[in-house]
Design a protein around this ligand. Structure first.
Ligand SMILES: *Cc1c(COP(=O)(O)O)cnc(C)c1O
Length: 462
């Protein structure tokens, strides 16, 4: 599994289009082998995040639905009014979850995008373009916590928005509203908060950011890509989840990934706006193109009907009861895993997390813990500044025995970390140092490794 090209020898490599097509049976057999081997990697429940659902029956059902509309292009609505049903209802159900009924000063609306990054891109595009149209802002900026997802930086880069990144409180790991306020000026189109952030699973003080947004007349995007489809249920279950949605008057948009805790296939997310004026600001149309009148609701052109249909089917077959039930198991598992971490005084949980948590150590390199856990099949996401490892609890972790294995393996890992305190950890190789403290040479070096990695991932073996 570690090799980049584990299948080259086993199945050969296509360097050109095969002259003759292969038999479908043969291809299916080969792909079934690969898929079942790769699934076994995460089915253990020892992998952080990524497989939010993990239920093969649910996947099989979604695949049936996907197949019915996979070939449909939802751009051509005269041929597929079903896409309007799916898309409109996905948005309506998301708006309902995020308490859009509380909005009295606008008409809430949403957009189905290709994922969390897509939702963040469209939100920032909407802020930029509406601010240009209504406030004449030509040099827009956004203010975001350092913990905000890299997609915000990507959006700023693509759309020519100045990104103003502010540090978070090192203990709570959340942004300090006064610090955000100091960076807001007449050209600020929006401020950003996460509910919750990916790194630490902590929730920025959205009520205070909302007040600030109202006071200064700027937008507030709440990044609920990770939390949007689970935190509302955690709140309902009585967990400590502050209000972060449209019930707050300053919240003008929220991203919520259906392809994470919505348990849909990868490829969909919703960006919800407080008022449809934001959605309209980023509509794209060319009424006088020679190829015909062209319009699209966002950046994408053709999209598969299969994604809309299967996302819709995930929401309606699980229903509130299903989401609540899964959230209950996930929150309970996350709390038990955090208890296992807290049982070790050498380990320290970052801030007050929820279903996703991160921990570090002041006694030894936390990467020693990751190294030891890795030999027992655990896969965490490595973090830096400070070094930490994170676990986003998903449904595979809620299986019986996983929490117990976590606690036992963690005991062993802490012992290992003490023993190897003076050695360099294996998995921490590219981390370390202080933020912004990387030399230009080190930065260049790491970038060149990253370029090579991306090049390799899109190549055939030599
Ligand atoms: C996953 C995630 C994103 C980006 O989503 P993609 O679906 O990977 O594009 C943004 N914000 C947070 C908090 C996330 O967890």
């Amino acid at each position: 599994m570690n090799s980049t090209f584990p299948y080259a020898e086993r199945y050969g490599v296509n360097r050109t289009l095969p002259d003759e097509g292969r038999a479908r049976d043969d291809v299916l057999r080969e792909l079934r082998e690969i898929a079942s081997e790769e699934d076994s990697f995460w089915e253990t429940g020892k992998i952080s995040g990524t497989m939010y659902c993990g239920d093969h029956d649910h996947y099989a059902f979604l695949n049936d639905v996907f197949g019915l509309f996979a070939h449909v292009n939802v751009l051509q609505r005269d041929m597929c009014p079903s896409a309007t049903r799916f898309e409109g209802e996905i948005i309506a159900m998301t708006l309902d979850l995020l308490h859009a009924e509380a909005v009295a000063d606008g008409t809430p609306a949403g957009l189905v995008t290709s994922g969390g990054t897509g939702s963040i891109l469209h939100a920032l595009l909407a802020y930029r373009d509406r601010a240009r149209q209504e406030r004449g802002i030509e040099r827009p900026n956004v203010v975001k916590p350092e913990t905000a997802h890299p997609a915000f930086e990507k959006a700023c880069l693509l759309f020519g928005i100045e990104s103003r990144t502010v540090p978070v409180d090192p203990v709570s790991t959340v942004v300090v509203p006064e610090v955000v306020a100091d960076h807001v000026d007449a050209d600020t189109v929006a401020i950003i908060g996460s509910a919750c952030n990916y790194g630490y699973g902590t929730i920025d003080p959205i009520p205070e950011l909302s007040e600030l947004a109202v006071e200064r007349g700027v937008g507030l995007h709440v990044d609920g890509c990770l939390g949007g489809w689970i935190l509302p249920f955690g709140q309902e279950l009585g967990y400590d989840v502050p209000v972060f949605d449209f019930r707050l008057p300053g919240v003008t948009s929220i991203s919520a990934d259906t392809h994470k805790y919505g348990y849909a296939f990868k490829g969909t997310s919703v960006v919800a706006f407080r008022d449809k004026a934001w959605r309209q600001a980023q509509y794209f149309m060319i009424p006088d193109w020679s190829g015909g009148k062209y319009l699209s609701p966002g950046i994408d052109g053709s999209r598969s009907g299969g994604l809309l249909a299967s996302t819709w089917a995930s929401l309606v077959t699980l229903g509130r009861e299903g989401y609540l039930r899964h959230a209950e198991a996930i929150f309970r598992t996350a709390a038990a895993m955090q208890d296992a971490v807290r049982a070790h005084p050498e380990l320290r949980i970052m801030g007050s997390p929820t279903f996703c948590f991160s921990f570090t150590s002041d006694a030894f390199s936390i990467y020693h813990v990751a190294d030891s856990m890795r030999t027992r099949g655990w896969r965490f996401n490595g973090q830096q500044y400070p070094d930490a490892i994170h676990m986003a609890v998903t449904r595979p972790q809620t299986q019986e025995g996983v929490v117990e294995a976590f606690a036992t393996d963690l005991d062993e890992a802490v012992r290992y970390a003490h023993e190897h305190r003076d050695d360099a950890p294996i998995s921490g190789a590219i981390y370390g140092g202080v933020p912004g403290g990387m030399t230009p040479e080190a930065d260049q070096f790491i970038r060149s490794i990253m370029v090579d990695l991306l090049d390799t991932q899109q190549s055939v073996p030599d």
